[in-house]
Design a protein around this ligand. Structure first.
Ligand code: HEC
Ligand code: HEC
Length: 291
C-alpha cells in the first residue's frame, strides 16, 4: 500500500509531484490547494480572531466573554426599550395635563388618544359592544350619532367612568317600570300603547290609537318625551328614529314594555386608569360622537 519514506517522485503524465501514496497502482498527485480557497481560509481565521476580541463570544461560567466593544444584544434591546418608554412617558405626561379641547386641537396627542382608546376598547368593551363598537341587541351601537345618554365628550366620559345602573353612587340611573310584570297596565292597555309607539316610527294606526296616545302621555312621556324623541338625562331612547336597542318588531316592543329591560353597563373608574378612560372617551367621540 503506501510508504511515506519513499523518495518524492514525479508523475510522468501530468508532471506533478506525487504524495507517495499509491493504491493498486493508482498514485495520488500532490496538487497545491487553489489560491482563492487558501485566501478565504486565511480571511475567515483572521475574521474569527477579530470577532473573538470585539464581541462577546466565548462561553464562560455565568455568561460569555465581554468583548472589547462592550456590545450585547441585551444592551441594544434595553436601549431601544428605554427610548420607547421615554417617548411614551413624554406623551403621557402631556396627555395627563391636557383637557379634551387641547387634545382635540393637538394632532399628535389626538392620534395618541385614538390609538390607545382603540386598543383599550378591544380589551375591555368589545365583548359587549362588538369589535368595531357596532353593538348588538341590548348593547348600543357606539358608531352612530344616536346616543342614549349623550355623545359629548363630557357625557361619554361620565358614562364610562361610572357606568349605567352600575353599583356606585354616581352611576347613570333610571329605570323603566315593568308595566306588565308589575301590573301597572292591563294587557289591553299595553297592546294599545305598543301600537301607538310603533306609529311613532311609521307604523300603521290601529283602532286603539287614541287610547294608546293617552296612555303614552300619562305613563311614558315623562321619560321618552311627549313626542317620543327620548330624553338623555334619563337614558330614555328616542322611539321615533327606527334605531332600536332591543328591537322594533311588535313582539319585542311588547316584551320591552311588559318586562322592561334595564341594561347594565359596568363602571370603569376603578378598573381603568384615568388616562385610559380619557383615551376611550376620545376614541368613542371620534367613532360616533358629536355635539
Ligand atoms: C357587560 C357589557 C358591557 C361592557 C363590558 C361595556 N358596556 Fe358599555 N354599555 C353596555 C350596555 C348594556 C349599555 C346600555 C345601557 C342602557 O340601557 O342605557 C352600554 C352603554 C354604553 C355607553 C352609552 C351609549 C349611549 O348611547 O349613550 C357608552 C359610551 C359605553 N357603553 C361605553 C363603553 C366602554 C368604553 C366600555 C369599555 C371600557 C364598555 N362600554 C363596556 C354594556 C357594556
Ligand atoms: C322612568 C323612565 C321611563 C318610563 C316611565 C318609560 N320608559 Fe321606556 N325606556 C326607559 C329607558 C331608560 C329605556 C332604555 C332601555 C333600558 O332600560 O335598558 C327605555 C326603553 C324603552 C323601549 C326600548 C327602545 C329600544 O330602542 O329598544 C321602549 C319600546 C320603551 N322604552 C317604551 C316605553 C313605553 C311604551 C312606556 C310607557 C308605557 C315607557 N317606555 C315608559 C325609560 C322609561
Amino acid at each position: 500500500m503506501s510508504d511515506d519514506n519513499k523518495k518524492k517522485e514525479i508523475d510522468d503524465l501530468s508532471g506533478v509531484e506525487t504524495t507517495g501514496h499509491e493504491w493498486d497502482g493508482l498514485k495520488e498527485l500532490n496538487n497545491p490547494l487553489p489560491r482563492w480557497w487558501v485566501w478565504i481560509f486565511i480571511i475567515t481565521i483572521v475574521w474569527s480572531a477579530w470577532y473573538f476580541v470585539i464581541y462577546p463570544s466565548w462561553p464562560v461560567p455565568g455568561g460569555a466573554t465581554e468583548g472589547a466593544s462592550g456590545y450585547t444584544q441585551f444592551k441594544e434591546l434595553a436601549h431601544n426599550q428605554a427610548e420607547i418608554t421615554a417617548r411614551q412617558e413624554a406623551y403621557l405626561a402631556r396627555f395627563e395635563g391636557a383637557d379634551f379641547e387641547t387634545i382635540l386641537k393637538t394632532p399628535d396627542l389626538y392620534a395618541f388618544a385614538v390609538a390607545g382608546g382603540k386598543s383599550a376598547f378591544k380589551d375591555n368593551c368589545a365583548t359587549c359592544h362588538g369589535a368595531g363598537g357596532q353593538g348588538a341587541k341590548g348593547f348600543p351601537n357606539l358608531n352612530d350619532d344616536d346616543w342614549l345618554w349623550g355623545g359629548s365628550l363630557e357625557d361619554i366620559h361620565q358614562t364610562i367612568q361610572y357606568g349605567i345602573r352600575a353599583d356606585n353612587w354616581d352611576t347613570r340611573d333610571s329605570q323603566m317600570p315593568a308595566f306588565g310584570a308589575d301590573e301597572l297596565l292591563e294587557r289591553s292597555e299595553i297592546d294599545a300603547v305598543v301600537d301607538y309607539v310603533l306609529t311613532l316610527s311609521g307604523g300603521k294606526q290601529t283602532s286603539s290609537h287614541a287610547q294608546g296616545m293617552q296612555i303614552f302621555a300619562e305613563q311614558c312621556a315623562a321619560c321618552h318625551g311627549e313626542d317620543g324623541r327620548g330624553m338623555r338625562e334619563l337614558g330614555a331612547p328616542n322611539l321615533t328614529d327606527k334605531i332600536w336597542l332591543y328591537g322594533g318588531d311588535r313582539e319585542t316592543v311588547y316584551e320591552t314594555v311588559f318586562n322592561a329591560r334595564a341594561g347594565l353597563m359596568p363602571a370603569w373608574n376603578e378598573r381603568l386608569d384615568e388616562n385610559t378612560i380619557k383615551q376611550l372617551t376620545i376614541y368613542l367621540h371620534e367613532l360616533g360622537g358629536g355635539e
